[in-house]
Design a binder for this molecule. Sequence first.
Ligand code: G3H
Ligand code: 13P
Ligand code: ZN
Length: 333
Amino acid sequence: MVNFKELGLVNTREMFAKAIKGGYAIPAFNFNNMEQLQAIIKASAETKSPVILQVSKGARNYANQTLLRYMAQGAVEYAKELGWEHPQICLHLDHGDSFELCKSCVDFGFSSVMIDASSLPYEENIALTKKVVDYAHQFDVTVEAELGVLAGVEDEVASEVSHYTKPEEVVDFATRTGCDSLAISIGTSHGAYKFTPEQCTRDPQTGRLVPPPLAFDVLDAIMEQLPGFPIVLHGSSSVPQEYVDMINATGGKLPDAVGIPEEQLRKAAASAVCKINIDSDSRLAFTAAVRKVFWEKPGEFDPRKYCGPARDLMTELYKHKIINVLGSNGKAE
Ligand code: G3H
Ligand code: 13P
Ligand code: ZN
């Protein structure tokens, strides 16, 4: 059993309280490898932004949970080496799907876990979430829960059946589970194809897809029910067109990829949304940079020569998100 405090990590409690008060959001970036982690820490240290390092079940399987934990511990020291005197770094389990997985992360030094029981019936979601909360809180580990089902492509906007979070359920859910933050569904979804072309309009000037707006009315109703309660937005990549273009110009094939426009994320960050999850944009930056090197220098075979540019582009991306979208720069001096 290792407690996160011994590793120099922090939980989300104070981060979120300050973010809500200050009208900004904390970036939650997924990582699976060293280059992503280096880029996240460099961007956070240079901007003095609190940051949440997210590890999914898939990341644990890919990179090994022991290695990831030590990498996060190393990240705290790396941040200090970069001149960030008091790094505020949270290590978070993304989309935990069982009590056992959440417990294992709590026992292993994570400072925050998500139990995603959103696909279960309401009462089962409450029961499982409460079980995780009761365990995690003994060690001061904070817990994110989810209510409502994240839209998949084809869902929600075109569908009759709503999977959005029901505002009338949130008080009961938060009270009975004791969760520290709530992931909600207001039209975002995971991946680089968040909407079908049929769900979008086309910009007559550029010919590019313009996605439908998020359901801010649902967010407003949730905030009215739970004033000051930390809200989380998953599926918040913007799918930058420049990366999609770079990928498509170098032999890739990502037709009609579309994400959440940044101005909508800015609006969310200014509200009680205090954690914004971004993974796909980092994958796109990594892929675009690697493809560019291979396209321009087909003889290159030193991984540092293509992972290095990928790391640089991801660092640029993370800094842009922190400074221009979430507004978390300077909040962890
Ligand atoms: O929630 C989805 C995240 O982007 C993690 O994705 O399960 O492929 O690691 P993953
Ligand atoms: P994106 O796929 O939009 O980056 O969302 C990531 C996420 O929600 C991780 O939990
Ligand atoms: Zn997610």
